[in-house]
Design a protein around this ligand. Structure first.
Ligand code: GTP
Ligand code: MG
Length: 195
């Protein structure tokens, strides 16, 4: 995939009207700090198009990145961020759910899970919800560079078992630091978006 252009086209907060796009959308969901924005930057070979932070809770809006005028990457706020009030968490949750439920162009929801950790209850709920909505679930196991190579298979098994994934669920190990897994993810996206 040759990236000719990548622009943040639409930013939606809780009070915003969601855009009606006419090109495929690919969304990235997962816990705060799991690496959603970093993944988008790595896929696009851009250092800081999507804003990232070591502090969880960086992305607080739904951000639509227009790629080559061909499709969109959609960066979502993370769940499970402790520092905001329950009321705000509920509003974000509703906003994310509304987008994922109503978008006519959403082709895939990638669920990101930190490869070092067992999936949380929120991760499991998100996985089940993706399946329930009729999407083929795809997992990205992030921060691959933070474990030894020898631990990889064991950690992937913990994720599979924690989420109780179906046998055909794809799981891509990925590192935003080393870019390992980037090509495999791109190939998959090109296939589902017919690029
Ligand atoms: P929210 O916007 O808060 O939901 O977080 P996010 O999921 O967008 O995470 P973000 O991309 O901002 O990354 C969080 C932190 O993890 C940052 O300090 C990143 O540099 C770091 N990070 C993300 N991916 C990787 C990775 O693959 N390897 C390593 N070592 N660090 C990573
Ligand atoms: Mg983010």
């Amino acid at each position: 995939m040759i990236i000719k252009s990548a622009n943040l086209e639409t930013v939606c907060g809780v009070a915003s009207v969601l855009p009606i796009n006419d090109k495929p959308e690919i969304a990235f969901a997962g816990k705060s700090n799991v690496g959603k924005s970093s993944l988008i930057n790595a896929l696009l070979n851009r250092k800081s198009l999507a804003r990232t932070s070591a502090q969880p809770g960086k992305t607080q809006t739904i951000n639509f990145y227009n790629i080559n005028d061909q499709f969109y990457y959609v960066d979502l706020p993370g769940y499970g961020y402790a520092k905001v009030s329950e009321a705000i968490k509920a509003k974000w949750g509703k906003m994310i759910e509304k987008y994922l439920r109503t978008s006519k162009q959403l082709k895939a929801i990638f669920l990101l899970i930190d490869i070092r950790h067992e999936p949380s209850g929120n991760d499991k709920s998100m996985y089940d919800w993706i399946v329930h909505q009729g999407f083929q679930p795809i997992i990205i196991a992030t921060k691959l560079d933070k474990i030894n190579r020898s631990q990889k298979d064991k950690q992937l098994k913990i994720i599979r078992e924690g989420l109780e994934v179906t046998a055909d669920t794809k799981i891509f190990p990925f590192s935003a630091l080393t870019k390992q897994g980037r090509e495999e993810i791109w190939d998959y996206i090109e296939t589902i978006c017919n690029l």
